[in-house]
Design a protein around this ligand. Structure first.
Ligand code: ZN
Length: 326
């Protein structure tokens, strides 16, 4: 085949997705596999490699056509060495992806944090296309972020720049997934929204949210809130509004600190609720930012959603192998 082929891998806490991508950013194939059953490093690597193999085969290609493999992984990453230190939702310890994958496929391997990869995808082919200063905020089970300044991903000293979810909004606030109180993620994420519903129900609030989720708080999805809003549920209204306001305060910090051209909101919560949340986020930014600082700063929904991670990971390894992205 004529096209040089790249593989973008989005490794999540539940699934791994691999996509074959050409230099123009077209996705030629996708394959998805569960990783929740992977108990060891070897089992995880085996699942990732088989998923990559299926994506290559589905693109009617062979391993020889693959120039680079980019991986977005859910944890802190040593970018220089292609190592993931740990993945809280895939507890198999440290994984040296670059050495392992370059050993199995004769292709360059690059490893990046998953949210940075997603931000890069939206910057290359999604809502941040054509801009050079873009911040991505991904709101799902947790809340993460990525920062692109002057067209380059910001890594910082330890490669951890962009941990937007752990901006402290309220030092005495609820406990975050990271174990510390009052982070943005503890106030604005699906987990935060579920906790607010559980607390309200315990306090006697009337709501249809739990019914819509078969009575189980852990089954309350982002879509459940949208359904409840559609039915005029007042608790859903309050929880969604609270979450959006807190995301707005996070965006105020981003505008003041970085003055980006564009803040892209992605992730499962935004995919279900961006129409309800973005007006509130924009309103908080307008009211709380210093005069002039937010002028022309676009606050927009993602456009690639699930494809942002694989496209961003592929784009990053393309650049690492000398491809000039358009
Ligand atoms: Zn935190």
């Amino acid at each position: 085949m004529a096209d040089r082929l790249f593989i973008g891998v989005d490794l999540g806490g539940t699934n791994v997705v691999a996509a074959a991508v050409n230099e123009r950013g077209q996705i030629l194939s996708r394959h998805k596999k569960r990783v929740t059953k992977a108990r060891t490093r070897e089992e995880l690597l085996d699942r990732v490699c088989r998923t990559i193999g299926h994506a290559i085969a589905r693109a009617d290609a062979t391993e020889k056509d693959v120039v680079g493999i980019g991986i977005g992984a859910p944890g802190p990453v040593d970018i220089a060495n292609g190592v993931v230190f740990e993945m809280p939702n895939v507890p198999v310890g440290r994984v040296d992806f670059r050495t392992e994958l370059e050993g199995r496929f004769s292709a360059t391997c690059l490893v990046e944090n998953d949210v940075n990869a997603g931000t890069y995808g939206e910057f290359w082919r999604g809502a941040g296309r054509g801009k050079s200063d873009v911040v991505g905020v991904f709101v799902g089970t947790g809340t993460g972020g990525g920062i692109i300044l002057g067209g380059k991903l910001l890594h910082g000293k330890n490669g951890t720049a962009g941990e937007i979810g752990h901006i402290v909004l309220n030092p005495g606030g609820p406990l975050c997934g990271c174990g510390r109180p009052g982070c943005l993620e503890a106030l604005a994420s699906r987990t935060a929204m579920q906790r607010q519903v559980a607390e309200a129900v315990e306090g006697g609030a009337e709501t249809s949210i739990l019914e819509l989720a078969k009575g189980e708080i852990t089954k309350v999805r982002s879509r459940t809130f949208r359904k409840a809003l559609g039915a005029g549920d007042s608790l859903a209204k309050r929880v969604v509004r609270d979450c959006a306001e807190n995301l707005g305060y996070g965006a105020v910090a981003l505008v003041h600190l970085l003055n980006p051209e564009c803040i892209v909101f992605g992730g499962g919560v935004m995919e279900a609720l961006s129409e309800q949340m973005l007006p509130t986020i924009r309103q908080v930014v307008e009211e709380r930012c210093l005069a002039g600082t937010a002028d022309g700063v676009e606050i927009v929904p993602a456009t690639l959603w699930d494809d942002a991670g694989v496209l961003g990971a592929a784009a990053l390894v393309m650049e690492a192998t000398g491809v000039t992205l358009d």
